[in-house]
Every structure is written in structure tokens, then in C-alpha cells.
Design a protein around this ligand. Structure first.
Ligand code: ATP
Length: 218
């Protein structure tokens, strides 16, 4: 029997401390551009590249679930949250690749800031052996790497042809033309602790939960 794949599958990893519209809106636009039916959000438990989250794993999962409850594009996968060790993307992708088989087109979504620091990720050289990378624009970040070696890497793998993403299992980088939203979880946490957060940056249900749980108050 020949293997039948399910069209391009996409994952979007993050700390989501908290999830905000800077995560959701660009990914929705990207999904339209490349024809994604589903995006699997992958909250990480112990992010390897940054300070530990303020909200607990279960609070971050609850916020993600509230943010996507009426949005059929998104689902959530808790495999990284359930691990008590650093969430290395390459390891997660390796286990997903084993489950999905070698022919399933698979993409990992990141923001432009993450692209520019991708060469600091553990096992980054193997990422494109497991998946494509789909990149959302993010205001305040350069369009390309400073390092010439990384510029070459980008040039070698970049495609503007979204069709190619569904025609091969891995190996391409696609830079999405997505809305520029100057929103970050760090600024949201600061805004909440100083009482100066503007409400439009996170879904109302998430904001209600943050208040109920007294999150990010100091
Ligand atoms: P923090 O400010 O705490 O670093 P964050 O807002 O960057 O958090 P993360 O959960 O670390 O959120 O991000 C998950 C992914 O979402 C990363 O790939 C990041 O590049 C991307 N991302 C976050 N905010 C934006 C945004 N405003 N526009 C585009 N991509 C974003």
C-alpha cells in the first residue's frame, strides 16, 4: 500500500507566557498564504533558550486552550509540556517524524526573531532534515542574518513557492508576508505588573483568566 499523506501539517512552538495576538494573527495569515488546514500549538515546558516562564505549565496550557477555543485552525499538543526536561525542538520533531513517517510534509512555524537566532538552537543543522520552516514577520527584527554563513544557509533553502511545501516532506524555508504586530509576552507581563496593559493584545478570555489567577502581578 502506498503511503497517503494528509497535506502540509504545521506546528507552532512557544512558551506562550501568555499567548497573545502577536502569535495568533500572523499564523492565521500564514495559514491562508500556504494553505494550512490546521496548526498545532506546542507549548514548551522548560524552554532551553530563555528564562523560565512565570505561569505554570497548566496555566499556560489553559491560556492556549482559551485562546483557540472558537478557532478551528488551531489545536494544541501537550507532549513538550508533559516532559520535565528541556524542550528541544529537534527532539520533538524527531519523535513526530517517527509517528508521521518520512513522506508527510511537515512545517515548523517561527517568528523572524527566532529565525535570526536559530543557529543557537540545539541540533539546528538537522531541523530542515525533519521539517520546513515557515517564518512570520516580526517588527523590529532585521530581514536577514548578520552572519554570511547563515545568509548562505537561508539562500540555499528559501522558497517563495508555497506549493513546494506540500510537495516535499521537509527542507524549505518560507518567509511569510504576515501582519507586523508589535506585541511580545515580555511587554505584556511588564504591562500587567505595572497596570498599564492595553486589552487588545490578548483574547478577552485569556485576560479574564489572567485576572482570576492573579498572574503576572509582580
Ligand atoms: P517573550 O517576549 O517572553 O520572549 P514572545 O512574545 O516572543 O515571548 P514566545 O512564546 O517566546 O513569545 O514565542 C513563540 C514564537 O512566536 C516564536 O517563534 C516567536 O518568534 C513568535 N512570535 C512571538 N511574538 C510574535 C510577534 N509579535 N510576531 C511574530 N512572531 C511572534
Amino acid at each position: 500500500m502506498t503511503f497517503k499523506h494528509k497535506g502540509l501539517q504545521a506546528l507552532f512552538g512557544g512558551t506562550f507566557d501568555p499567548i497573545h495576538y502577536g502569535h495568533l494573527r500572523p499564523v492565521e495569515a500564514l495559514a491562508k498564504q500556504v494553505g494550512l488546514q490546521k496548526v498545532i500549538l506546542l507549548p514548551n515546558h522548560v524552554p532551553p533558550h530563555r528564562p523560565q516562564p512565570e505561569a505554570s505549565p497548566s496555566q499556560r496550557l489553559e491560556m492556549v486552550s482559551l485562546a483557540i477555543e472558537n478557532n478551528p485552525l488551531f489545536t494544541v499538543d501537550t507532549r513538550e509540556l508533559e516532559r520535565n526536561s528541556p524542550s528541544y525542538t529537534i527532539e520533538t520533531l524527531t519523535s513526530l517524524r517517527q509517528e508521521m513517517g518520512p513522506d508527510q510534509p511537515l512545517a515548523f512555524i517561527i517568528g523572524q526573531d527566532s529565525l535570526l537566532s536559530i543557529h543557537t538552537w540545539y541540533g539546528w543543522e538537522q531541523l530542515l532534515d525533519k521539517c520546513h520552516l515557515l517564518v512570520c514577520s516580526r517588527p523590529g527584527y532585521a530581514a536577514n542574518f548578520k552572519e554570511s554563513q547563515m545568509q548562505e544557509w537561508l539562500k540555499k533553502h528559501k522558497t517563495d513557492d508555497a506549493y513546494k511545501l506540500s510537495q516535499s516532506p521537509n527542507g524549505y524555508i518560507f518567509l511569510g508576508d504576515t501582519p507586523l504586530l508589535d506585541i511580545s509576552a515580555t511587554e505584556i507581563r511588564k504591562g500587567l505588573s505595572s497596570g498599564s496593559l492595553c486589552d487588545e493584545v490578548i483574547p478577552t478570555s485569556v485576560m479574564t483568566y489572567i485576572k482570576q489567577q492573579h498572574l503576572y502581578q509582580n
